[in-house]
Design a protein. Structure first.
Length: 259
């Protein structure tokens, strides 16, 4: 069997980078992506420093752009000849509420993430079908089930992605292609640290007080690490996860309260 090839979006930092490093440890051939070439090249260097024989291709570009997606998937097919794992990982839009949401911004947010994920799945699936194997993992979030008051558009978008993923999973199952959604809670990434700063400013708290306030709402009383989230993604990408599809799996320390 040929070595499995994985394509990871948003691999320059946070969860995306952690997934790339984890899959490198498991000897995947990697295609890693970030909007900025200067940001993604150091990740390739980190991987090769640990695994000198690893195959790592860098394809920089904004995956929320339709033409960029088409070009990158063309390069994957041309350079790799196959694709076995897709990690959809694009940030959501800015916070908003029902009262202040803007139709133009809402449309842009859906286009940049929801449409981008679905288009990437279509392109990836056409390659995966050639070998009758695939693992598609969508990084989404718990807002799909427990909407945030200040995350009106993102909550709708997450729900749409979960619904679409379930539908797609049924259609791709006969090809041995699984589709699952990984929903992170509070994870110690740059986005989390930005949230901490916002809590500090809004409530006139110190950094420690803001972090303690956030952790108090998590049953495990701590935020998660990108590496913990990557471990779950790596399992879903593995041969052992062959009977898991159409699922929504949270890595959130028990934060989601609903059943």
């Amino acid at each position: 069997m040929s070595k499995r090839t994985a394509f990871i979006m948003g691999a320059s930092q946070g969860i995306g980078k952690a997934i790339a490093l984890k899959l490198a440890d498991q000897h995947f051939s990697l295609v890693i992506n970030s909007r900025n070439l200067d940001n993604i090249e150091p990740v390739k260097k980190d991987i090769l420093a640990k695994h000198p024989e690893a195959s790592v291709i860098v394809l920089a570009g904004d995956m929320s752009d339709q033409h960029t997606r088409a070009g990158i998937f063309h390069e994957i097919e041309s350079q790799c000849g196959r694709l076995d794992v897709l990690i959809n990982n694009i940030p959501g839009g800015a916070p908003d509420t029902f009262d202040n949401c803007n139709i133009e911004d809402m449309t842009a947010t859906f286009t940049q993430k929801t449409v981008a994920y679905i288009d990437a799945i279509k392109r990836a699936a056409s390659l995966m079908k050639q070998n009758e194997f695939g693992r598609i993992i969508n990084i989404v979030g718990n807002l799909w089930k427990e909407p945030g008051a200040n995350m009106f558009t993102n909550s709708m978008m997450n729900a749409a992605l979960i619904n679409a993923s379930k539908n797609i999973s049924i259609q791709l199952a006969p090809h041995n292609i699984t589709v699952n959604c990984l929903n992170p809670g509070f994870i110690a990434t740059d986005r989390y640290h930005q949230f901490v700063e916002n809590v500090m400013k809004k409530n006139s708290l110190s950094k420690q007080e803001a972090e303690e306030q956030i952790a108090s709402g998590i049953p495990m009383k701590r935020v998660g690490s990108a590496e913990e989230t990557a471990a779950l993604a790596a399992f879903l990408a593995s041969e052992e996860a062959s009977y898991i599809t159409g699922q929504q799996i949270s890595a959130d320390g028990g934060s989601m309260k609903s059943i």
